[in-house]
Design a protein around this ligand. Structure first.
Ligand SMILES: NC(=O)C1=CN([C@@H]2O[C@H](COP(=O)(O)OP(=O)(O)OC[C@H]3O[C@@H](n4cnc5c(N)ncnc54)[C@H](OP(=O)(O)O)[C@@H]3O)[C@@H](O)[C@H]2O)C=CC1
Ligand SMILES: CC(C)CCC[C@@H](C)[C@H]1CC[C@H]2C3=C(CC[C@]12C)[C@@]1(C)CCC(=O)[C@@H](C)[C@@H]1CC3
Length: 323
């Protein structure tokens, strides 16, 4: 029996991953969809799946861990997929400059230099993007540690990161990205660093961590980039996007294609994976899907420093009598 938890499974890439997992391996799979909206969770439920709703905290940052630990005594996979990119703004000038420069392919593949966001502060006093894309996942891992680490078996953490993760957006003195306008990029770079630190700390206990990028996928997250643009107009742009895909295989476009790397990792032995690699979902011009690793621009020293900062923030924000 395989036991998986999917955090952020009610729409987009997470929902598609559920469908893919269930269509391949319904027999031995127990899936737990950790969503903040129970109505959506019900809708995502498949009758063929042994399924457990994990009620989230009302604001959705923390899954009901007590419930989880009482239902499961062991977890094999934890997908850390939930993520937000609030109030995205496209720098139109930079976009057109990019179109006529040698960086055009990189711009379409990573969105570097053309996308900013307006973040807000949660009632806990944390930056929302940091709390959702990184810190909430970190707390979840720490809370689920007893059922993730078990002798003689390996478990996997799988992060939905992004090729938009850039070292230049991240600052160790401002890990929440309070002072700048690229919180999404910063949080994704931080998840790449954290994954490396988790491997350093937990591999001995059989827990492994990997990161993926789903590519550019049409989901609620990307529809918000042009909010005045109704969804059907995005659909009209599809032929243009298929054309761009001939030049950059990162335009995976559908949640099914985007979930490719998440699904691929499910079938790998975690011990065989490279902790410094990001696994990309890619789709060729002809529509074929495949997964490829690329080396991440991260280092052990920065990842260890971030890990320490997250532990400090955890002790300020939560109570861990037994830790
Ligand atoms: N689409 C793209 O092009 C890319 C996406 N990604 C990453 O892939 C992941 C999935 O995104 P995608 O499917 O595109 O976007 P969606 O907006 O469709 O899905 C995001 C999921 O995260 C959930 N979520 C958001 N905030 C919280 C929270 N505080 N607590 C619990 N759940 C939460 C959402 O729940 P709800 O439905 O309740 O809002 C939703 O199920 C994200 O991490 C994103 O950054 C990375 C690169 C590219
Ligand atoms: C003709 C079209 C209207 C042009 C659209 C241009 C841009 C809005 C997109 C081009 C590349 C896109 C992209 C992302 C957002 C939208 C674009 C900048 C992401 C940054 C979305 C989130 C991610 O995590 C990245 C992997 C995406 C990279 C590509």
């Amino acid at each position: 029996l395989q036991r998986d938890v999917l955090h952020g499974a009610c729409s987009g890439i997470g929902l598609s991953l559920c469908e893919r997992l269930l269509s391949q391996d319904t027999e031995g799979l127990q899936l737990c969809l950790a969503c903040r909206n129970m109505r959506k969770t019900q809708a995502a439920r498949s009758p063929s799946c042994r399924w457990t709703p994990a009620a989230s905290h009302p604001r959705g940052h923390v899954v009901d861990v007590y419930f989880m630990c009482s239902v499961y005594n062991r977890l094999d996979y934890l997908y850390l997929n939930a993520g937000i990119m609030p109030n995205p703004q496209v720098d139109v000038k930079a976009f057109f400059r990019g179109l006529f420069s040698s960086k055009i392919i990189a711009m379409f593949a990573t969105g570097e230099g053309i996308l900013t966001q307006k973040d807000c502060v949660t009632t806990d006093g944390l930056q929302d993007v940091f709390a959702t894309n990184l810190f909430g996942h970190f707390l979840l891992i720490r809370e689920l540690e007893p059922i993730l680490c078990h002798a003689g078996r390996s478990s996997q953490l799988i992060w939905s990161s992004s090729s938009n993760a850039h070292r230049s957006a991240f600052n160790l003195d401002d890990i929440q990205h309070r002072r700048d306008t690229q919180p999404y990029s910063s949080s994704k770079y931080a998840s790449d660093l954290l994954s490396l630190a988790l491997n350093t700390h937990y591999n001995k206990q059989g827990l492994y961590s990997s990161v993926i990028c789903p590519g550019f996928v049409m989901t609620n997250l990307t529809y918000r980039i042009l909010p005045s643009f109704p969804a059907f107009l995005w659909t009209l742009l599809m032929p243009l996007f298929w054309l761009i895909r001939i030049f950059t295989n990162t335009f995976t476009l559908t949640p099914y294609n985007g979930a490719g790397a998440l699904f691929w990792l499910y079938k790998q032995r975690p011990e065989s994976l490279d902790p410094q690699a990001k696994y990309h979902s890619l789709t060729s011009g002809l529509g074929n899907n495949y997964t490829r690793p690329s080396k991440m621009d991260i280092d052990l020293e920065t990842s260890a420093a971030l890990y320490e900062k997250l532990l400090q923030l955890e002790s300020r924000n939560t109570q861990h009598p037994e830790k």
